[in-house]
Design a binder for this molecule. Structure first.
Ligand SMILES: Nc1ncnc2c1ncn2[C@@H]1O[C@H](COP(=O)(O)OP(=O)(O)OP(=O)(O)O)[C@@H](O)[C@H]1O
Length: 233
């Protein structure tokens, strides 16, 4: 049986008094490529925040790898092989590209990814290894954020709107890179409003509205119009 890497089972989650997720259920198994789509503010980032313990789990169950914590915490995700490429990238400004990559290897599992293989995937990062991480373009910083996640050799990467603010030509490169990462065996949960990326990378999708899953299925069985109606503002 394929291992479940992440599962939310009827999860309710809050920020203080703000109740954002309502019986949210989704799962990602080893090697899967899953998209989470939906309009702004429906709770997609809160799924990641619940896994990291940044939003409070108030009901339901969260499974992270082999654990089912009552209070999920970021270190548990890291220990269970779940890495995050956060919205806005969060590159550390006063560290070089290489130092930012090395931050990703603090909790490291065995696997194919190391500085050399990350540099082979992103030659631009090798060229810019000693420049400050935030001195690079938005697209390059996104590559750095993905490279940093790979340095942990994760079984699953949660990517929160990786195409935000990127030019279409960079989105094309990103699709190619994410497919290579997934081909190498890493599962992806792709939070995205860019459906061109979703259609090129994801196999399954969940559509979210008002903190719950309102539709799910195989990406290849849906038309662009069908997916589009879940993200239109
Ligand atoms: N730290 C917080 N405290 C209180 N409310 C929050 C907090 N973070 C987010 N929210 C609220 O939770 C709701 C869901 O936000 P979330 O960021 O999960 O949405 P999203 O689907 O990821 O949207 P976006 O694409 O805009 O990031 C929104 O109404 C937002 O205002």
């Amino acid at each position: 049986m394929t291992m479940t890497l992440l599962e939310l089972d009827r999860v309710d989650a809050c920020y203080g008094a703000a109740h954002v997720l309502h019986r949210m259920s989704l799962n990602v198994k080893a090697g899967e490529r899953v998209a989470l789509i939906g309009r702004n503010g429906v709770g997609k980032t809160t799924v990641v925040n619940t896994v990291l313990g940044l939003a409070s789990l108030r009901g339901g169950k969260v499974r992270i790898g082999r654990r089912e914590p009552a209070r999920p915490r970021a270190y548990m995700a890291a220990n269970e092989g779940v890495a995050v490429v956060p919205q806005g990238r969060r590159i550390v400004a006063n560290l070089s590209v290489e130092e930012n990559l090395l931050l990703g290897s603090a909790v490291r599992r065995p696997g194919p990814w190391n500085l050399q293989s990350v540099y082979a995937l992103f030659p631009i990062l090798r060229e810019r290894a000693h420049t400050p991480g935030t001195a690079m373009s938005g697209g390059q910083q996104q590559m750095l954020a993905i490279g940093r996640a790979l340095m942990a050799n994760p079984a699953l990467i949660l990517l929160d709107e990786p195409t935000e603010g990127l030019a279409p030509v960079i989105v094309d490169q990103l699709a190619d890179i994410l497919n290579r990462v997934a081909d190498a065996g890493t599962a992806l949960l792709l939070i995205e409003q860019n459906l061109s990326l979703v259609m090129r990378v994801a196999r399954r999708y969940y559509a979210v509205a008002k903190g719950s899953v309102v539709a799910e299925g195989e990406v290849q069985h849906e038309s662009l119009d069908e997916l589009q109606r879940h993200v239109m503002v």
